[in-house]
Design a protein around this ligand. Structure first.
Ligand code: FAD
Length: 364
């Protein structure tokens, strides 16, 4: 069968890897908007459920050593005072660039069309998708389609125009610091520093022996942020955390702000269905959740694993449509839980710290 995967990020590469050896995956094309060599993004946490999915999908790779182990969380006040510390089931902090390179290698013979943008879908009157239309005018015909084009999914917008991302309440500045001494001190502990008034926090994680990923989360209704140039992001960050713990100031001093990203974090209210005939949505396209859960990439990996199981024996379109319907139904409870957990953690983040210790910024 011919499979067309729209989006070559975490979900797209994971499903291409997961389909290896199956009839559905025998002829796989991945359409990826970014030109090759431009993966973008900083890093994220591979949680135990994401690691378990990877170890099943592509066991030939050592996913646990793709980054740095995290086995402890230290939640602190802005000045560095420890509020609470706890051990967690081991997770791994990875650079998105390195991780995606590994995941792409795991896709085997899949054909990548880099720098190609999905512009539309060619569909029959019964809703079966026949081809993906690209912005260069070409068509990619297929039997199975996978919409893995992220939170602002074009695929979802075509199939389910009523599904809309929620408004932005929290924004994040995500950056990487070249800071070997700080990385050594952080070790395997995820540090998060909180403003007592709520609505402002900074996370610090060592991603390798040299690099530290850090992110500043802030209440976007409280702080306007219009200058998104490197100098503008640097100034905004310095203003927000002036006088905070020395580790944070060290991370800032070692950061190239030209590589920083400003993310408007948005989630997607749970959808009634994430498949339509021979097309299934995966990852953020299906269930964008707030970053407080750390489950975005992990949820996409689990989606791919579930599809691997359901599609293993499928050899025709009727079987494919039935498997996609089952996939949609089986993932709904997870999507609903992540949506609610994300909202709960956001409320806790926005509330003043005086009400108690901060919530653990991870969902297993
Ligand atoms: C601030 C922030 C922090 C985060 N922190 C974490 C974390 O700690 N842990 C975690 O697990 N997750 C985290 N995430 C989420 C994580 O990055 C995503 O949820 C994850 O990558 C989802 O995978 P995906 O394949 O759905 O989307 P993506 O990995 O974003 O891939 C989508 C791909 O589709 C491509 N694309 C888009 N439109 C088109 C088109 N029209 N045609 C062709 N290609 C297209 C894009 O270029 C992209 O490569 C965070 C997200 C944000 C915003």
């Amino acid at each position: 069968m011919r499979s067309v995967i729209i989006g070559g990020g975490v979900g797209g590469c994971a499903v291409a890897a997961a389909l290896r050896g199956s009839c559905v995956g025998s002829n796989c094309t991945v359409i990826e908007r970014r030109p090759s060599g431009l993966p973008g993004g900083m890093g994220f946490i591979l949680m135990p459920n994401g690691i378990a999915a990877l170890e099943n999908i592509a066991p030939e790779f050592d996913w646990r050593s793709a980054g740095r182990t995290l086995d402890r969380v230290s939640l602190r006040a802005a000045n560095g005072r420890i509020l609470t510390e706890q051990t967690i089931e081991p997770a791994t902090c990875v650079s998105r660039e390195r991780f995606l390179a590994m995941l792409r290698e795991a896709t085997g013979t899949a054909r990548f069309l880099d720098g190609r943008n999905l512009s539309g879908l060619v569909r029959q009157s019964d809703g079966v998708t026949k081809a993906a239309a690209l912005d260069n005018g070409s068509m990619i015909e297929g039997d199975a389609f996978f919409g893995c084009d992220g939170a602002a999914s074009r695929t979802r917008a075509i199939l389910f125009p009523e599904a809309q991302l929620a408004d932005v309440v929290v924004k994040e500045v995500v950056s990487m610091a070249h800071a070997p001494a700080l990385a050594k001190r952080l070790g395997s502990t995820f540090h998060k520093f909180h403003d007592e008034e709520g609505g402002l926090a900074v996370g610090l994680l060592a991603e390798s022996a040299e690099r530290v990923v850090w992110f500043l989360q802030f209440d976007a209704r409280r702080w306007e942020f219009s200058d998104t140039s490197a100098a503008g992001i640097a100034q905004f960050t310095r203003d927000r955390i002036a006088g905070w713990a020395p580790d944070l100031l060290e991370a800032l001093a070692c950061t190239d702000f030209a590589r920083s990203h400003l993310w408007p974090t948005r989630d997607l209210p749970p959808m009634a269905s994430i498949s339509c005939q021979n097309l299934a949505l995966l990852g953020d396209a299906a269930h964008a959740c707030l970053p407080f859960t750390s489950q975005g990439a992990n949820g996409a990996l689990v989606d791919a694993l579930v599809l691997k199981g359901l599609l293993a024996e499928v050899t025709d379109q009727a079987g494919l449509i039935a498997a996609f319907a089952q996939y949609s139904e089986s993932r709904r409870p997870h999507h609903r839980r992540m949506f609610l957990e994300g909202r709960r953690l956001r409320e806790a983040f926005l509330a003043p710290l005086l009400k108690g210790v901060p919530a653990l910024p991870l969902v297993a």
